[in-house]
Design a protein around this ligand. Structure first.
Ligand SMILES: [Fe+2]
Ligand SMILES: [Fe+2]
Length: 327
């Protein structure tokens, strides 16, 4: 299985690898089927940008370190419910997002990494909530690497799940951190740390962020983690960056946007080349990533010309680049 942009779909050689859901968690298209070009046009119209497919080159690649679909759709649903309650009720119920925070914490805890399911695999109206779930997964991966305990991870997860809640409370996007904070801190039992994560997630260490242009220690570590996760997921989901390029952008901003310690933890816990990514080896040979292991940046690859398997960890001289940069 591999992830492709919907524009790359070829109904002669690919079948759907994972189901596609509508906004109400109903299966629109089941895994295993081919998609008629007319249906592709309809999927594009409801905002689907990426598809998981099975085809010849991705044969035998299973993306194990990914949330299963029910867990993923339940998490999205819980965030959506909380956001909607924020508009309709004065004080929304916390149980739903607390449960999701606990589930994601466990998922991250017992796996070497977690590969994201891009928000663009969902319909447009669900993408903001899918983004919130992905930001939370990324934040938890970083926190695990930094040795956070469960209590801190829970605060971080809840703050990350609701980091953009201000967007539905005010039309001005510049105000969403503050609007979110004002709303969250007035909910009884809501952690003030989690509320501050929402308030600070667009700040930068060098004072170049918003809304308060916080600097240095005033920018909470947990908010930095959420901010980095948010930036990364936006690059992947909204700006179409390949994971490798988004990782480079973040490394380049080390100590200016976020502390070096956080950037280093991020680079050790998120794979630049997830399974199913097409790459070029040593500037000439096309290959596909089949598996990642402990060293996330040195995956196992398969050469497309002869199906030879190479573990990059055991072959340190081999260099890989994203496929698109060379062709
Ligand atoms: Fe935001
Ligand atoms: Fe965000």
């Amino acid at each position: 299985m591999r992830l492709i942009n919907i524009s790359e779909y070829d109904h002669n050689s690919m079948v759907l690898g994972k189901p596609i859901y509508d906004s109400n968690k109903r299966i629109l298209l089941a895994a295993g089927r081919t998609i008629d070009p007319k249906i592709i046009t309809r999927l594009e119209a409801i905002g689907i940008e990426f598809l998981f497919v099975e085809d010849e080159i991705s044969k035998g690649i299973s993306i194990e370190d990914m949330l299963d679909m029910p867990t993923w759709t339940d998490a999205i649903e819980a965030v959506k419910t909380f956001y909607h309650q924020a508009v309709t009720y004065h004080s929304p119920k916390l149980e739903g997002i607390q449960k999701v925070a606990g589930t994601l914490l466990q998922e991250v805890k017992y796996r070497p990494t977690l590969i994201l399911i891009p928000a663009g695999t969902m319909t447009k109206d669900l993408q903001p909530y899918a983004h919130a779930v992905n930001v939370t997964i990324l934040a938890l991966l970083i926190a695990k690497e930094m040795g956070y305990n469960d209590i801190k991870q829970k605060d971080l997860a809840i703050g990350s799940l609701v980091h953009d809640i201000g967007k539905i409370l005010d039309d001005d996007p510049n105000k969403h951190p503050e609007k979110g904070f004002d709303f969250l801190r007035n909910i009884s039992q809501f952690s003030i740390v989690s509320a501050h994560i929402a308030y600070q997630h667009h700040e930068r260490l060098d004072g170049g962020g918003f809304p308060r242009k916080l600097k240095d220690q005033a920018f909470l570590e947990m908010a930095q983690i959420c901010g980095l996760a948010n930036w990364y997921d936006n690059m992947i989901s909204k700006e179409n960056f390949a994971p490798h390029d988004a990782m480079e952008a973040i490394m380049a901003a080390s100590d200016r946007a976020y502390s070096h310690r956080i950037v280093a933890a991020f680079s050790q816990s998120v794979a630049s080349y997830p399974p199913g990514t097409k790459v070029i080896v040593d500037n000439k040979e096309p290959a596909i990533v089949t598996k990642i292991h402990k060293h996330l940046q040195r995956p196992i690859i398969k050469l497309l010309s002869n199906d030879k398997i190479i573990d990059l960890l055991e072959n340190p001289t081999y260099m890989i680049k994203p496929f698109d940069t060379v062709v």
